[in-house]
Design a protein around this ligand. Structure first.
Ligand SMILES: Cc1ncc(COP(=O)(O)O)c(C=O)c1O
Ligand SMILES: [Zn+2]
Length: 389
């Protein structure tokens, strides 16, 4: 079946589905990709001069987003997300402060695109599941779009993230069990009620929001991308989105080749690293990087492809490394949650770390989302502080 324009395509069986069907996976159970048909010249405005007149948000790249040129509904959903700063620390190591967003995490890039499209197809209520940040983000954008939101979270989710969700008026279902069990409960609920599943894992529209991370870096650096970009990776929404964005820039002739994409995981929960041969440590699998504690990511193959196509790799960070990297960043004025600090931790611990000046780290979630870092002299981690909920 062929559907003209932009549509979902199943990664398993190749079947196509129209976006307005509101399906979250193929009838065969497969995951969708987005086949995005952009008009000729979609990237023409991405030249610096063309962008001058565009909004100061990720919507400055809207010709490359999955909305028709005449669509205006996104204007009622946007909250100015995107356009985040790039700040240099140690020897020119650059941090993209992607937590400076309406809900304090990079997830707003994906949520705004997903919710704006849901609004366009007439969705009034949606369901999501999350380790916290994606849910808070979806809930905020649902509220902005006048939709009811129900979010399923694992019972261990940080209290502050749950409070944020509730603040946006979402109904929160706390699920005893793992992140995967929260997802299973959300899917049961979607199947029982027919609500729209606003899943950042399954719905590839989310990746077409997070791809603007790549466009912004390109614009901020005057077209000269760094050799290496490190992103924390759990379900891979930023990893996959950045990969799509860099590939689109290359296909449009705006860059020669994408930077090396390096996926960062916690040593204690590193399915990408295990899949590429790293030894699985025994013992406790709990990590302070709660946002990426995803033991079996649904898009594992796609995440590995994103890394390998770019010539990148998968690296991990230790728990003491995460805690001390967070403290070090906060000591420089940049307080991020452990799931974001892990990028700095992994870079510091990486024996083959590339030069600071040719590297960018994604800082994906704000420190206020978790208990504050301790500045007590600590060689060993402070688990009761860093991991307290
Ligand atoms: C702060 C933060 N950084 C990074 C990630 C990783 O995102 P993903 O699971 O889509 O790879 C998350 C996910 O929740 C997060 O909360
Ligand atoms: Zn299929």
């Amino acid at each position: 079946m062929s559907i003209p324009g932009t549509y979902f395509r199943c990664r398993a069986c190749g079947a196509a589905a129209a976006l307005d069907e509101g399906a979250w996976r193929c009838r065969c159970g497969g995951l969708f990709d987005l086949e995005l048909q952009l008009p000729d010249g979609a990237f023409a405005d991405l030249g610096a001069a063309g962008l001058g007149a565009q909004p100061w948000s990720l919507w400055r790249y809207r010709t490359a987003l999955p909305f028709s040129a005449s669509a205006t509904g996104w204007q009622d959903v946007t909250m100015g997300e995107g356009a985040t700063p790039l700040v240099a620390i140690d020897d020119g190591l650059r941090l993209k402060l992607d937590f400076l967003m309406p809900t304090l995490s990079f997830k707003d890039r994906g949520s705004v695109v997903l919710v704006a499209k849901a609004a366009e197809i007439g969705v009034r209520r949606l369901v999501a599941d999350s380790s916290g940040n994606a849910g808070a983000s979806i809930a905020a954008y649902a509220a902005r779009a006048g939709m009811a939101a129900e979010v399923f979270v694992p019972a261990a989710t940080s209290k502050k993230k749950v409070a944020q969700l509730q603040g946006y008026g979402a109904t929160v279902h706390s699920v005893a069990g793992s992140r995967a069990e929260a997802a299973a409960a959300a899917i049961d609920h979607v199947e029982a009620t027919g609500a729209f599943y606003a899943s950042h894992v399954y719905n590839p529209l989310f990746h077409h929001g997070t791809k603007t991370f790549a466009f912004e870096l390109w614009e901020q650096l005057g077209g000269h991308l760094p050799a290496t970009v490190l992103v924390p990776a759990g379900n891979g929404t930023l990893l996959i989105g950045a990969s799509i964005g860099f590939k689109e820039l290359a296909a449009a002739g705006l860059i020669r080749h994408p930077p090396r994409l390096v996926a960062v995981q916690a040593e204690r929960c590193a399915p990408l690293a295990y899949a590429t041969g790293a030894a699985r440590p025994g013992g406790d699998a709990a990590t302070a990087a709660e946002g990426i504690a995803i033991a079996e990511p649904a898009r594992l193959e796609q995440m590995l492809d994103a890394v390998s196509e770019s010539g990148g790799t998968v690296i991990t960070a230790t728990e003491p490394g995460i805690a001390s990297a967070r403290r070090a960043l906060a000591g420089k004025g940049i307080d991020v949650e452990p799931t974001a600090a892990i990028a700095y931790a992994a870079w510091l611990e990486w024996p083959e770390a590339p030069a600071a000046s040719s590297t960018v780290l994604a800082m994906t979630g704000a420190g206020l989302k978790s208990p504050p870092p301790s500045h007590r002299a600590a060689v060993a981690p402070q688990p009761e502080e860093e991991q307290e909920k």
